[in-house]
Ligand binder design. Structure first.
Ligand SMILES: NC(=O)c1ccc[n+]([C@@H]2O[C@H](COP(=O)([O-])OP(=O)(O)OC[C@H]3O[C@@H](n4cnc5c(N)ncnc54)[C@H](OP(=O)(O)O)[C@@H]3O)[C@@H](O)[C@H]2O)c1
Length: 263
C-alpha cells in the first residue's frame, strides 16, 4: 500500500521503536496519529512530525475502542505498543499479568476489530503488528511475553489469510534484540559475543517495506538468530536444551531483572 498521503495510527509511538517507525512514515509523507499513555516524549514527537496525539492507556478495557474512534479514518494501523512481560511467572502479580495481556494482545485485536469495517468499505488498508522473535521461540523467564507475542503473531497470520483479496494487507514484524533504544536496550542486559542486534531504524525500514510490498512476516535480526528461532519453531524441545546448555537462560534472567520495573 502507498504510504504517502495515508493516515497512520501508531501505538507505542513514544517508545524506542515507535519513534523510529513514526519518523520513517513521516518521511514517506504519511499523516500520523501517535498514541501512547501521554507525556513529554509523545508531545515532543508530535510537534516534530506535525502529528495528532491520541493518548490511550491500552491496559484499560474500553480504551482501544475509544482510540479507534478518536483516530478516525485510519488507512494503516501499526500496533506496536508492548510491555516486556519477562520474569518468573510467580513473580508477577495478577494485575501485572493482566496489563501485559491487555496491552500486548487484547488491544491490537480489539483495535483491528474496530478499524476493519471502514477499511473493508474503502477496499484498502494495512494492518501491521509488532511481535518479536519471542513469538517464534519460547524461553524461560519470558512466559507472559512469549504468550502474547506468539498470540499476536498467530492473530496476524490468521487475519492475513482471512483478508486475502480484500485489498487490506496484513504484516507481522518479528524483531530480535534491538540496540540503542527500546525495552531491550533499557534493560542494560549484555549479550554474549556473536549474538547480533539491529537498530530501531532497521525495524522502521522493515515496517515501511512490509506495508509497501504487503509482506506477510518480516524478521528483523541477524541470520544466526533468525535461523535459531526458525529451528525453535520446528523443534522446541531440542532448542530449549541447546539454550540451557549454551547459557541462554542466564541472558534471559538478566534481561528479566533489567525489565523488572517495566511491568
Ligand atoms: N526492543 C526490542 O528489543 C524489541 C524486540 C522485539 C520486539 N519488540 C516489540 O517492539 C514494540 C515496541 O517496543 P520498544 O522496544 O520500543 O519498547 P519501549 O521503548 O518500552 O516502548 C513501549 C511503548 O509501549 C507503550 N505502552 C506501554 N504500556 C502502555 C499502555 N498501558 N497503554 C498504551 N501504551 C503503552 C509505551 O508508551 P507510554 O509508556 O508512553 O505509555 C511505549 O510507547 C513492543 O511491542 C515490543 O514487544 C521490541
Amino acid at each position: 500500500m502507498q504510504i504517502s498521503g495515508a493516515r497512520v495510527l501508531i501505538t507505542g509511538a513514544s517508545g524506542g521503536i515507535g519513534q523510529a517507525i513514526a519518523r520513517a512514515f513521516h518521511v514517506r509523507g504519511a499523516s500520523l496519529v501517535l498514541s501512547g499513555r501521554g507525556g513529554e516524549a509523545l508531545d515532543a514527537l508530535a510537534a516534530e512530525l506535525k502529528a495528532q496525539v491520541a493518548a490511550a492507556d491500552l491496559a484499560q478495557v474500553g480504551a482501544p475502542e475509544r482510540l479507534a474512534e478518536q483516530a478516525g479514518e485510519v488507512d494503516i494501523l501499526i500496533a506496536n505498543a508492548g510491555l516486556p512481560g519477562t520474569g518468573m511467572l510467580e513473580s508477577f502479580s495478577v494485575e501485572e499479568l493482566d496489563r501485559t495481556l491487555l496491552v500486548n494482545l487484547r488491544a491490537p485485536v480489539v483495535l483491528t476489530r474496530q478499524l476493519l469495517p471502514a477499511m473493508r468499505e474503502r477496499g484498502r488498508g494495512h494492518l501491521l503488528f509488532v511481535s518479536s522473535l519471542a513469538g517464534k521461540a519460547a524461553t524461560a523467564h519470558s512466559a507472559p511475553y512469549n504468550a502474547t507475542k506468539f498470540g499476536l503473531r498467530g492473530f496476524a497470520l490468521a487475519m492475513r489469510a482471512e483478508l486475502q483479496g480484500s485489498g487490506i494487507g496484513v504484516s507481522v514484524l518479528t524483531p530480535g534484540f534491538i540496540r540503542e533504544a527500546g525495552m531491550f536496550a533499557k534493560s542494560g542486559a549484555k549479550l554474549p559475543p556473536g549474538i547480533g542486534t539491529r537498530s530501531p531504524e532497521d525495524v522502521a525500514q522493515a515496517a515501511v517495506r512490509a506495508v509497501e510490498r504487503d509482506l506477510g512476516e518480516v524478521d528483523v535480526a541477524p541470520l544466526g538468530l533468525r535461523l535459531a528461532s526458525a529451528f525453535a519453531g520446528i523443534a522446541p524441545e531440542t532448542a530449549a536444551r541447546v539454550t540451557r546448555l549454551s547459557g541462554g537462560e542466564r541472558i534471559a534472567r538478566s534481561l528479566a531483572e533489567g525489565q523488572r520495573t517495566m511491568r
